[in-house]
Write a protein of this length. Structure first.
Length: 95
């Protein structure tokens, strides 16, 4: 799935869902919509919003957003999310 994501600060980011990866120890093979939104918000709002605020805006429950934001940035728990965050950052650096 390809598309363009226009961030609030004016960057155009190629948006794609990482498909299909070999399953690593039973981990999911693709990102969910909420994970994609969290990654985009995290990168495009660095320095302006906390990871917890990004998780809430992405649709995660307010009561568990702090823990969820921490887990989503952990490469052992969510390697695809961490990889996608890195790819968005790389895209911003080279545009």
């Amino acid at each position: 799935m390809w598309g363009i994501f226009q961030s609030r600060i004016g960057y155009r980011i190629a948006l794609y869902v990482i498909l299909p990866y070999m399953s690593i120890m039973g981990l999911p093979k693709k990102l969910t919509e909420m994970q994609i939104k969290f990654a985009q918000l995290l990168v495009t709002n660095e320095g302006r919003k906390t990871p917890t605020e990004c998780a809430i805006e992405a649709g995660y429950d307010k009561d568990s957003a702090y823990v969820r934001a921490s887990e989503l940035r952990n490469p052992k728990k969510y390697p695809l999310v961490v990889k996608y965050i890195g790819e968005i950052r790389d895209c911003l650096l080279y545009t």
